[in-house]
Design a protein around this ligand. Structure first.
Ligand code: PLP
Length: 373
């Protein structure tokens, strides 16, 4: 019998969470410290430095928001937008749609740049949208749209956005630690991710990073962000050493101490493997899975597929729920259902972080072959 203290282990090959290495679980069990204990602050500072390395940024204001990826999304929206500001959000799936919703709740006037689900954006489409809406303060796009499995190239976007005086905001929840992502080289002004996708850490923190332009925008605000919890002007006085008056740290909320240990360990594992090697592993495992799925007659939905999330059409005659239930009951494998307009039409197989292995690829292919027979 499974209990809350001993649930049966699963092989997590869905849209997240991904499998968590034992080292990370063990890190969670280290002694809980106070959030102003010098020992803890040293671990937290190191965690922020590891985040900078994984984001490939020098941004000082890089820290883990307390909350999952959605908290990072809200944190960026509430701090960079004031009521009446205009923004462009690229909406080609669930998460772009959520960004639009979140930004509208900040009082922003949001122009949705829509393409059909599964498709991505060209630089021409982006330039045209920016020309249609001069005066936007923010341009936001999802690098890895987990609802459709589509991968968006970010190269060249920053120049277009910056030449119109806007900030470049990126959702990297399903790409950080799995796809190439260079925050500084690509001119990204604000970015958020999550711990439970390609970083293979339990859910609970959202790594975010703000560059100089974003800082200047926040400093020039006329109104307070409507979220007290996510107000960066206060959070930075805790997360940055010397951020408070007199150079100290100012308590804002109690940091999720043990989750910080877990993130520290997870980021250490990422850097031990090496970013390039890790990205290459995700690419190779995606190719291996793709060959196998296509041999089974399963077709990819997006033209530009992510390496971290494989979105395939449900074949005629297969029963969506039954197949997923059998994978879970007979093999302990979790895959994802379709989301939004793809509900009932797609399966989503995640190969994220610790889950992106030859063993898992071959196992899910063998299980699917058996279950679909
Ligand atoms: C998972 C995900 C989110 C939301 O993250 P949560 O951790 O579920 O809050 C946001 N954007 C994308 C692209 C995601 O895949």
């Amino acid at each position: 019998m499974s209990t809350t203290s001993h649930p049966a282990e699963r092989i997590l090959l869905g849209p997240g969470p991904s499998p968590v290495p034992q080292r990370v679980l063990q890190a969670l069990a280290a002694p809980t410290l106070g959030h102003l204990d010098p020992q803890y602050l040293a671990i937290m500072d190191e965690t922020c430095e590891l985040m900078r390395q994984v984001f490939q940024t020098k941004n000082l204001l890089t820290f883990p928001v307390s909350g999952t990826g959605m908290a990072g999304m809200e944190c960026i929206a509430v701090n960079l937008l004031e009521p009446g500001d205009e923004a462009i959000v690229c909406v080609n799936g669930v998460f772009g749609g959520r960004m639009k919703d979140v930004m509208e709740r900040c009082g922003a006037k949001v122009h949705a740049l829509e393409v059909p689900w599964g498709e991505t954006y060209s630089l021409e489409q982006i330039a045209e949208a920016l020309d249609r809406h001069p005066g936007v303060k923010v341009f936001a796009i999802v690098q890895a749209e987990t609802s459709t499995g589509a991968w968006q190239s970010l190269a060249g976007i920053a120049d277009l956005v910056h030449s119109r005086g806007a900030l470049f905001v990126v959702d990297a929840v399903t790409s950080l630690g799995g796809h190439e992502l260079r925050v500084d080289d690509w001119g990204i002004d604000a970015i958020y991710s999550g711990t439970q996708k390609c970083l293979s850490c339990p859910p609970g923190l959202s790594p975010v990073s703000f560059g100089e332009r974003a800082l200047a925008r926040m400093d020039a605000r006329k109104t307070k962000p409507q979220s007290w919890y996510l107000d960066v002007s206060m959070l930075r006085k805790y997360y940055l050493s010397g951020g408070g008056a007199g150079g100290g740290r100012v308590y804002h909320h109690t940091a999720p101490i043990n989750m910080t240990y877990a993130l520290h360990e997870a980021l250490t594992i990422v850097l031990e493997e090496g970013l390039n090697a890790r990205i290459a592993r995700h690419a190779a495992m995606h190719q291996r899975l793709r060959r196998g799925l296509e041999a089974l007659g399963l077709a990819y939905i997006p033209k530009n597929s992510l390496h971290t999330l494989n979105c395939i059409g449900i074949p005629a005659g297969a029963e969506d729920l039954k197949v997923r239930q059998r994978l879970l009951a007979d093999y302990g494998i979790e895959i994802g259902a379709g989301l939004g307009v793809m509900a009932g039409k797609a399966w989503r197989i995640g190969l994220m972080g610790h889950g992106s292995t030859v063993r898992n690829v071959d196992l899910v292919l063998a299980a699917l072959r058996e279950v679909l027979r």
